[in-house]
Unconditional design. Sequence first.
Length: 567
Amino acid sequence: MSFFLGLVLGVAVGVGLIIAFVRSENSRSKRRTELAATIAAFARMTVEDSRKILPTEYYPSWVVFSQRQKLNWLNLELAKIWPYINEAASDLIRTSVEPVLEQYKSIVLSSLKFSKLTLGTVAPQFTGVSIVEDDGSGITMELELQWDGNPNIVLDIRTKLGVALPIQVKNIGFTGVFRLIFKPLVEEFPCFGAVCYSLREKKKLDFTLKVVGGDLSSIPGVSGAIEETIRNAIEDTLTWPVRKVVPILPGDYSDLELKPEGVLEVKLVQAKGLTNKDLIGKSDPFAVVYIRPLPDRMKKSKTINNDLNPIWNEHFEFIVEDASTQNLILKVYDDEGIQAAELIGCSQVRLKDLQPGKVKDIWLDLVKDLEIQRDRKNRGQVHLELLYCPYGMENGFTNPFALQNFSMTSLEKVLKSGSNGTDAADIEKQSTNKKKEVIVRGVLSVTVISAEDLPAMDLMGKADPYVVLSMKKTETKFKTRVVNESLNPTWNQNFDFVVEDGLHDMLILEVWDHDTFGKDFMGRCIMTLTRVILEREYSDSFPLENAKTGKLNIHLKWTPQPIYRDT
């Protein structure tokens, strides 16, 4: 009996073990299949898929996604033929770059020429390639290049004082993106008429200068003058949108050359909440605004002393040569007197985000570095008013900054008057010679309707608010009545200002709490008159600056009387 009982138990246990083993294998097989499917799914992931999984704000600053394909095969071939390229490229650089350096040399230098020039034994590395979509009339290719070479470059420098120095350029490190445009496409071999090349993006350019057999620091100003010459030459002659056109087949390729295509009007209004860079007192901020980083194209504002909420109210005009790729760059500095100014923060606006003929009112968050946009530190904000006017706009738009009439910008009038030159500097020079100042005079009617959600100012959680209205240039002031014990007051009071220069004046609205023994500041609104000059009449709500809560409801009306005078 015990024998049969043991046999039954043994068979039952064996069957159970077999079933458990089969189930375990099936489970492992299922997990392996799911893992393989997951790995395959990750292999098919795109950059956009990864951004859905991990939002941009959680990326470390060093994470960069590249859409460019790798070019290991090209680097292998380039390394083989580099000795021959080095010889040909060295001669080409000597003959083409030397005149450019002479053209952009600093006033400290009297001459700058190459005495030795070879690119060394280390070939550049192409780290990626991409094709940029265009209108189908050509092919645009972008090549990402990195070069940490060992060239032998010696410059013969002669200063204004007659001192001659042999300067060696060492430790060159370069990373950038070159753009090649093959256009127009034709049926004849090699299937394109010309090639345009340009430095689309300069990510890094490092080098050191050393006097052969001496110390460059012993001659003040020379090192900075040489470095400035090199960088200015690169920025102005090679960096996009500047491009060099190389004809391949006979034909007229003037349409491929760089031409101004419009004007960007920039009004630098104000800043708020700037980082304080001074140990004693407050920063003395000024702003530098530009599209191309060239000394004669960069605009600098006035310095506002001891103020972290400066009001500049300055107007600048920039030539736009490629709205699809160019950016407006803004940098705010703390003026340190005789010492170098300290950067508070910077920001940029892509011109392709601007709607032509429409004023864009924008607040920009300042960051530490334009290359690293994710900056958690609050460095302040800057208020800009932007207006992009392409040449030949015929949609009924009127540009308030234009000359003589409201149909054309200053540069358009120069072009219309017979200037066929394509050089932006020449157009700027001609425009300056013909420039007139536009004085837009009129009456600004301001109706202070009401306020909402004002901050409490007394122990009972109420306030006794009133509004002070003033024009910045004329300093004309009006004041509303006091509304007692209200955080949502209604005034419905109208005030008229006679404005002598509407394009360059500002309306400032300050909200105060009335007290028996004084008054307390509650917040303010600052606005230019550009919008009301264009629209003639509008109502809007404006949030209070320097206040946690609150906004003003305002109605504005403009009655114009334009007057023009020569400057």
